[in-house]
Write a protein that binds this ligand. Structure first.
Ligand SMILES: Nc1nc2c(ncn2[C@@H]2O[C@H](COP(=O)(O)OP(=O)(O)OP(=O)(O)O)[C@@H](O)[C@H]2O)c(=O)[nH]1
Length: 207
């Protein structure tokens, strides 16, 4: 959706949803990205919270509306109504918690169900493996890469604490939205051409 940001500049609004188990660092990633701050005493999110941030990619201004959702199971009914209208989704796990990686399939399924996505195969997901500053990892990089490769999603290892790769991961999400929009436009054009050609053939015309 196109609009104007708080400074009155033209920008494209993108809704970004952060999903993943409770405690993997979703709120911390959002706060690092938006305010460049980290709080080691952060509380569990209840329902959802959101913050906006303007970024420029390829010379175009985007306003990211970042929705940080509650990862705990008991808040499921409070978070799922907010998936609709999402332009991209950041699936987040923590590298010190293997179960949080294994749960990504569940998060993907929940998102696609409640967001009511038309094109399952071409929705822009990005995977974030957070807390790489912790030395006792449970998830080796290769293990996460396998899941991301199978699911055809870009993968970023991040640390909200040490500000590693956080900007890159959010920027990658926007780039993926742009790429997939181009893909959709391209396939629409191909589809239109096909119809035009078959009409000409039916009439027996030639070019
Ligand atoms: N070491 C380390 N700790 C982190 C990092 N990111 C978050 N934490 C800590 O992990 C805990 C949980 O972080 P949150 O950001 O609240 O996690 P969340 O995913 O939003 O949790 P819910 O709101 O319950 O879904 C907090 O104590 C954070 O300080 C990180 O990159 N490194």
């Amino acid at each position: 959706m196109a609009g104007k940001n708080h400074k009155g500049c033209k920008s494209k609004l993108l809704k970004v949803v952060l999903l993943g188990d409770g405690g993997v660092g979703k709120s911390s990633l959002m706060n690092r990205f938006v305010s460049n701050k980290f709080d080691s005493q952060s509380f569990h999110t209840i329902g959802v919270e959101f913050l906006n941030k303007d970024i420029t990619i390829d010379g175009k201004l985007f306003t990211l509306q970042i929705w940080d959702t509650a990862g705990q199971e008991r808040f499921k009914s409070l978070r799922t109504p907010f998936y609709r209208g999402a332009d991209c989704c950041l699936l987040t796990f923590s590298v010190d918690d293997r179960q949080s990686l294994q749960n990504l399939s569940m998060w993907k399924k929940e998102f696609l169900h409640y967001a009511d996505i038309d094109d399952y195969d071409h929705f822009p997901f990005v995977v974030l493996g957070n807390k790489i500053d912790i030395s006792e990892r449970e998830v080796p990089t290769e293990e996460a890469e396998v899941w991301c490769h199978t699911n055809q999603m870009p993968f970023y290892e991040t640390s909200a604490k040490d500000a590693i790769n956080v900007d890159d991961a959010f920027h990658a999400a926007v780039k993926r939205v742009i790429e997939l929009e181009k893909y959709t436009d391209h396939t629409k054009h191909l589809h239109t051409d096909t119809i035009d050609l078959s009409k000409k053939n039916q009439k027996g015309g030639c070019c």
